[in-house]
Structures are given as structure tokens and as C-alpha cells.
Ligand binder design. Structure first.
Ligand SMILES: [Zn+2]
Ligand SMILES: [Zn+2]
Length: 292
């Protein structure tokens, strides 16, 4: 439940001009206004599971997009059932949205590529929870080599530049080397990976998939002295989240989804640090940036 100024789960992710919402707990759009997230730029929404604290903010958001005269298609990825929930609410309120929702239902128990284009790929991370639940792995594909413009000979053809950007040498029709890409390019920028591990009990099976990510979000609902509660509810303790990080070796661990029983979060952070030093709290309104 919302507590001490904290809201249920919702994260806004921008990768190379793609605007993505991950989970949409109650109050998400209020928070988006507060932190100036551009509602109508969001084209992709990924919902991890159908516990209310991960999707109850969605209906309000969808109506606001309608009222803001959105027309572009919205892509919604979730376990089965969310399409029914939305359709029912629209039908009973006799509402027809200005825009189309493209639903993709996935099986949270299978590791599935949900989305990919020329720059990114999104794959589900099967988790262990009371309801079927999946996290999401967001990966940038290899970026183009950077052309060093001042080195290009005059009149070089565009197709030759395009070829070198993809890391290939250029040959003439007889197969003679014309340009070596290394002479005209700098190596690509790093490609980043972000793993969002929504509600889950301690589940080592996720480690190979998230190994070495740049940023790992893992839920940490309880402190160690409430580990019985974590076991009963199939959530994780702070220590368990940090142990997963210890094995997966992300650059940074973010912990969140804190129980409403905790007013102060500093003790939770202190419980994580001995096990995984580069840990931060996922606090409302905080931005984490991955770049060189
Ligand atoms: Zn849950
Ligand atoms: Zn939850």
C-alpha cells in the first residue's frame, strides 16, 4: 500500500528515444505529472503481473492519454487477463479511445523476447511469486561505429559510410579493399542492459539471464528479521536481493517495493551494503542514468 510518500511500483525508462513504462501502480500518473514525465511519449507499457500494486494506475493513465488526444498506437505487454480488465472497463463506461491499444499477452513462466527493433530488445525474466510474474530485461543492441567525419575522403559514397558504421570494410567490385573501417571510425558506444526484477521470492534461476547487467532492480520487501513473512508471501528480503546481486554481479543494484511497515529506509540499505556495496534505494522521483 502507499506509505510515507512512497507509491506502488512504476518506472519510466528511456532508451535511445524509446519511452517505456514498466508497471503502473496506483497514482503513477500523479507521480508522472509531478516528475514531468511526458505521458504521451510513452509507446510501450510492460506489466509484470496482475497484483494491484503493479497495474491499478493503468486505467486512469489510459483515459488521460485519450483526453490528451493521443492517436498513436500504444503497445501493452502483460500476462493474460489485463486485456479483459481494460476491455470491460471501457465497455461499461461506453468509452471508445482515440487510439489503439495493441495487446501482447505473455506466459510469465517462459523466457520470451517480447519486443525488438534495430536498437533494443526486451525479454521476460520468469520469477517466482504468488501470481504468474515476470521481470523484464532491456538490452541495447550493438551501436554503430562512430564515423570520424574529418577523416573521410571527399566524395565517399553514402553506402560505403553505412557499411563502415556497421563495422565492415569496403571493397570494390573486383574485391579489392577500398576502405578499412578502422581507419575512419571510432568504436561504438557501450550497449547497456537493465534488468527489472519485479515481485519474486529468492530465485537463483534468474542469475544466468541477468548476469553482468549494468543495472539490476530487485524487489526487497522485507528486512531479514521478517524473512518468514517474505517466505509466506513469496517476496524477497533485502539480504536475498543483495545475494542475487552478489551472484549476478551487476554494476549497480537498486532495491525497492518496500513494505509499508518501514517508515525509514536507511536500515534496509544498511542491511544490503555488506553483501553488495553498490546498492541504492529506488526512491520516488530518482533518475538513474547509464552512459559513458
Ligand atoms: Zn505481487
Ligand atoms: Zn507488488
Amino acid at each position: 500500500v502507499p506509505a510515507f510518500g512512497r507509491f506502488p511500483s512504476a518506472q519510466y525508462l528511456v532508451i535511445q528515444n524509446r519511452h517505456i513504462l514498466i508497471d503502473c501502480g496506483e497514482g503513477a500518473q500523479i507521480q508522472m505529472q509531478r516528475f514531468q514525465v511526458p505521458l504521451n511519449k510513452i509507446d510501450y507499457i510492460f506489466i509484470s503481473h496482475l497484483h494491484g500494486d503493479h497495474y491499478l494506475g493503468l486505467m486512469g493513465l489510459l483515459f488521460s492519454m485519450h483526453l490528451q488526444k493521443r492517436t498513436q498506437k500504444l503497445h501493452l505487454y502483460s500476462p493474460a487477463g489485463l486485456d479483459e480488465i481494460i476491455t470491460l472497463q471501457l465497455r461499461l463506461s461506453k468509452s471508445i479511445l482515440n487510439y489503439t491499444i495493441a495487446y501482447t499477452c505473455f506466459d510469465p513462466e517462459e523466457q520470451t523476447v517480447l519486443f525488438h527493433d534495430d536498437a533494443i530488445q526486451v525479454t521476460t525474466i520468469p520469477l517466482w511469486h504468488k501470481l504468474p510474474c515476470a521481470g523484464f530485461l532491456f538490452e541495447e543492441k550493438r551501436k554503430p561505429f562512430k564515423i570520424e567525419k574529418h577523416k573521410l575522403p571527399e566524395g565517399m559514397l553514402i553506402q560505403h559510410i553505412v557499411r563502415m558504421k556497421s563495422g565492415h570494410d569496403v571493397f570494390d567490385e573486383e574485391g579489392h579493399l577500398l576502405y578499412k573501417y578502422e581507419d575512419y571510425t571510432l568504436p561504438p558506444q557501450r550497449s547497456y542492459r537493465y534488468a527489472y526484477c519485479s515481485d519474486t521470492a529468492y530465485y537463483e534461476q534468474i542469475v544466468p539471464q541477468i548476469s553482468g547487467v549494468d543495472l539490476l532492480y530487485h524487489e526487497a520487501t522485507f528486512m531479514e528479521n521478517e524473512s518468514d513473512k517474505a517466505t509466506d508471501t513469496l517476496h524477497s528480503t533485502v539480504k536475498q536481493a543483495a545475494m542475487i546481486a552478489q551472484m549476478a554481479k551487476p554494476v549497480k543494484l537498486l532495491i525497492g517495493h518496500f513494505s509499508a511497515r518501514y517508515r525509514e529506509l536507511e536500515p534496509l540499505l544498511l542491511e544490503a551494503l555488506p553483501h553488495f556495496p553498490n546498492t541504492e534505494l529506488a526512491i520516488e522521483g530518482t533518475t538513474f542514468t547509464l552512459e559513458e
